[in-house]
Design a protein around this ligand. Structure first.
Ligand code: PLP
Length: 387
């Protein structure tokens, strides 16, 4: 079969691949600690689930506007003001998860041959989506010594006449890094000078620790007209399976992205959207409690990893991932991740699942119980000591 060029490079997402390998080992009777997939280990907050069930009973089970219900988009606009993001509902598009509203703006903006800069290591869908949209992906390395932010000179060196968009992700998957305000200002200056758009994936913006503010580049003068914020409910509200996300963008772009949603997915489930309104209005305390939990687990897990000879892990400022540097162990990251799964029973990802620049790193999610995290540290320590 002759398949289209634009999908020829599509790869598995590492987290799904490792999860299914780990599950087949479990079927053979092996005991596995699952730290591979990036989703909260607690249930959707009860008030959200109740609202979703109530909405089904009330009949929110039919087609609805492709861009999402007006009152949900108003709630998102209101809610975003807490972070200094001022927008109109007409700039907001709701979708079934953050993923579609990440892909569709790229489809709406990129012409064949346009270059899109994206972080390496970074969320695997960035490169895939740029290619699906017909653009040319240009990786920009993240630098551990700069809190896993860009080296700004390396970023500038990759900007060309064809640069149409830059993808940012802060707090980041897989590194947990948060881009500082001065770096955001420098990036905003480059975007305005070279007239490219910024797609800022802020899905982890509520999961920040030690009072690290997750600032949005949108709040910098001149940026609302060239920024697309991608956000969603999966991570903050433990709603990964509900499929609810949104993006804030210039109004003209939002109109076209709504049309892409019309033709690709139709609309987002109505009862999910009703549940989303309750999440925004009623769940601040639940989110704060969960963030405190993650912070405790992060502190203990990262300290545990750092106690293993050959592993060096910086304290991530946000999200729920640890991204330790394991280069001193002297085994390529993919081999190390495979061996940890098969020989030590710890499922984690190779840094290279997020791009070639992830070589020398592993990614563990710490959205797991303290007991599982402690056991993982024990198993990793024992495995590394036995090498
Ligand atoms: N962006 C990042 C950085 C992610 O890590 C994820 C999920 O893993 C997503 C977007 C997609 O989120 P959603 O479940 O809302 O589609």
């Amino acid at each position: 079969m002759k398949l289209a060029q634009r999908i020829s490079n599509l790869q598995h997402e590492g987290a799904y691949r490792v999860m299914s390998l780990a599950q087949s080992l479990e079927r053979e009777g092996k005991d596995i600690v699952h730290l591979e997939i990036g989703q909260p280990d607690f249930k959707t907050f009860p008030e959200i689930s109740e609202a979703g069930k109530r909405a089904i009973d009330e009949g929110y089970t039919r087609y609805n506007p492709s861009e999402g219900y007006g009152d949900l988009r108003e709630s998102i606009a209101e809610f975003s003001k807490q972070r200094g993001i001022h927008s109109q509902p007409s700039q907001i598009v709701v979708g079934p998860g953050a993923k579609p509203v990440l892909l569709f703006p790229l489809m709406a903006l990129l012409e064949e041959g346009d270059e899109a800069l994206y972080p390496d290591p970074g969320f695997p869908s960035y490169r895939a989506d740029i290619e699906i949209a017909g653009g040319t992906p240009v990786p920009v390395p993240l630098v551990e010594a700069n809190s896993f932010s860009f080296d700004l000179e390396a970023l500038e060196a990759r900007i060309t006449e064809r640069t149409k968009i830059l993808i940012l992700n802060s707090p980041a998957n897989p590194t947990g890094g948060v881009i500082s305000k001065p770096d955001l200002e420098a990036i905003a200056a480059l975007a305005q000078e070279h007239k490219f758009y910024v797609l800022s994936d802020e899905i982890y913006s509520r999961l920040v620790y030690d009072d690290s503010p997750a600032e949005s580049i949108y709040t910098i003068d001149g940026m609302p007209e060239r920024t697309i914020i991608v956000d969603g409910f999966s991570k903050s509200y433990a709603m990964t399976g509900w499929r609810l996300g949104y993006a804030i963008m210039p109004k003209a772009l939002a109109a076209k992205v709504s049309l892409l949603l019309t033709h690709a997915v139709g609309c987002t489930a109505g009862f999910t959207q009703r549940a989303g309104i309750v999440a925004l209005l009623e769940c601040d305390d639940d989110v704060s409690k969960v963030v405190q939990q993650y912070q405790k687990r992060r502190d203990a897990f990262v300290a545990g990893l750092n106690s293993v000879d050959g592993i060096r892990c910086r304290l991530p400022e946000g999200a729920f991932y640890a991204f330790p540097n394991v280069s001193a162990i002297g085994i390529p990251s993919t081999t190390l991740a495979d061996r940890l799964l098969n020989e030590a029973g710890v499922a984690c990802l190779s840094g290279t699942d997020f791009g070639p620049n992830g070589e020398g790193y592993l990614r563990f999610t710490y959205a797991a119980s303290q007991a599982e995290l402690d056991e993982a540290v024990r198993r990793v320590g024992e495995f590394v000591a036995g090498l």
